[in-house]
Write a protein that binds this ligand. Sequence first.
Ligand code: 5GP
Ligand code: ZN
Length: 119
Amino acid sequence: MSDCLFCKIIAGEIPSLKVYEDEHVYAFMDIMPLTKGHTLLIPKTHCKDLFEMPEDVARNLYAAAPKVANAIKSAFNPVGMNTINNNGAEAGQTVFHYHLHLVPRYDETDGLKVQWNGR
Ligand code: 5GP
Ligand code: ZN
């Protein structure tokens, strides 16, 4: 999609810090990281959100997710990781090309303001 920010990132028209890439997906550092190593994993096929994601796109995205998580783990040595996906403006989605946030967690001082299960 020509006016989509993340399609432009995939096309290399907007620079990004690449974490992982294969035929189907691209992963890159979030420009406003919640914690050190916060990464976004996106399908190369444009789809707006989870509701519109074809099954093969979902399969390829999640096939890559452990590889991306382990690349982040190797680079930053977090003690845990949250994966988050916002669908719809009301749910906090601001870029309308599906993306899975991978947010490494360190300890109680990692500065993450978003609380999940009390931490
Ligand atoms: P959302 O709020 O839609 O779930 O998440 C969108 C994410 O995209 C945000 O965390 C935001 O920081 C990130 N983001 C927005 N514009 C850019 C950009 O131009 N480059 C990168 N690397 N991340 C971006
Ligand atoms: Zn797109």
